[in-house]
Design a protein around this ligand. Structure first.
Ligand code: ING
Length: 303
């Protein structure tokens, strides 16, 4: 068996003007709590260093750039990396990435896996960007990820870390079965993801009461159909007048939720996971080599 104790480390609201230092202190507190429970792997939310700024139309580029990290680690996040290394805890962290390449700025909704020696072992850039590009004033709040981030250009990579094959994705990615299937085909045994999910979906308010259900449905289906563990971590609570769902959880390859947060604030939930359990599904009902029929799936890849 390849057992480890993992933690979903949920964040409550981050205020628009909350400093990185303040947020990093919250992340460190959660990481220390998880370590106290024996965790060696902690999953933080998407965009875990700032408020979910795509809810606003920000015209001033300098103001927009305030929400991005131009290097990782950096002066603000170094204390998190150092604490994690000292405690021997690896972590997943979502953040807004701003890089300059060829004199051009590129912005991504990104996440990294940092192993228990404090080294970044993998990076992911969000592929499925929800929302819209231009502000729409009928909406109670915007969702401008298509404006503020480029389509991720790293695909869906899987990394060897913490004794297993680790995959990542971000928020809306979890709703697309292709995300989990590509990671599953690449052998991912644990998929880590963070999310910022408003409970109100302006285009279909009749689904608002289903947001928690759809959140777990998506991740449980992804775990089961690919025989992998899934840890999904929310930025939750009423953040700048926008209610975000909680429901952070650890899901077994069987699709069962085995750990779940109770509130919508800063909170961890932990569970012992055994990466070897993936084979219960991958050698049987989802034995891809034996049962999959890719010849019949071509429409999935049509443009
Ligand atoms: N947020 C949401 C998500 O996919 C959304 C957008 C909300 C889509 C509700 C559908 C329903 O969870 C992000 N950041 O992707």
């Amino acid at each position: 068996s390849r057992k480890l104790i993992a933690a979903t480390a949920q964040l409550g609201p981050i205020a628009r003007d909350e400093s990185r230092a303040s947020v990093v202190a919250r992340l460190i507190a959660l990481l220390e709590q998880a370590h106290a429970r024996g965790a060696t792997l902690v999953v933080f939310p998407e965009l875990a260093l700032t408020t979910f700024f795509p809810r606003w139309y920000i015209e001033d580029e300098a103001e927009l750039d305030r929400f991005y990290e131009t290097e990782m680690p950096n002066a603000d996040t170094q204390p998190l990396f150092e604490t994690a290394k000292r405690l021997g805890v690896g972590f997943y962290l979502g953040y807004a990435e701003l890089i300059e390449e060829g004199g051009e700025k590129h912005r991504y909704n990104a996440s990294i896996i940092v192993d228990d020696s404090g080294e970044i072992v993998g990076k992911y850039r969000k592929v499925h960007l929800p929302g819209h590009f231009n502000p729409e004033d009928w909406r109670p709040f915007q969702h401008l990820e298509k404006r503020y981030f480029e389509h991720g250009n790293l695909g869906f990579p899987v990394y060897e870390a913490m004794g297993g094959k680790m995959g990542m994705c971000l928020c809306n990615d979890r709703r697309w079965p292709e995300t989990f299937r590509v990671l599953g085909l690449r052998g991912a045994e644990l998929v880590m993801l963070g999310y910022n999910t408003p409970s109100h979906y302006p285009q279909a308010p009749e689904h608002d009461h289903l947001q928690d259900f759809h959140n777990h449905l998506s991740m449980q289906a992804g775990a089961y159909a690919n025989g992998c563990w899934v840890i999904g971590t929310a930025k939750a609570g009423r953040e700048e007048d926008c209610d975000l769902i909680g429901g952070s959880c650890i899901i077994a390859p069987t699709g069962e939720i085995i750990a779940l947060t109770q509130g919508v604030g800063d909170e961890i939930a932990t569970a012992e996971i055994d990466l070897d359990r993936c084979k219960e599904l991958r050698e049987n009902v989802f034995n891809f080599a034996l049962h999959r029929e890719p010849g019949d799936y071509t429409p999935i890849c049509d443009g």
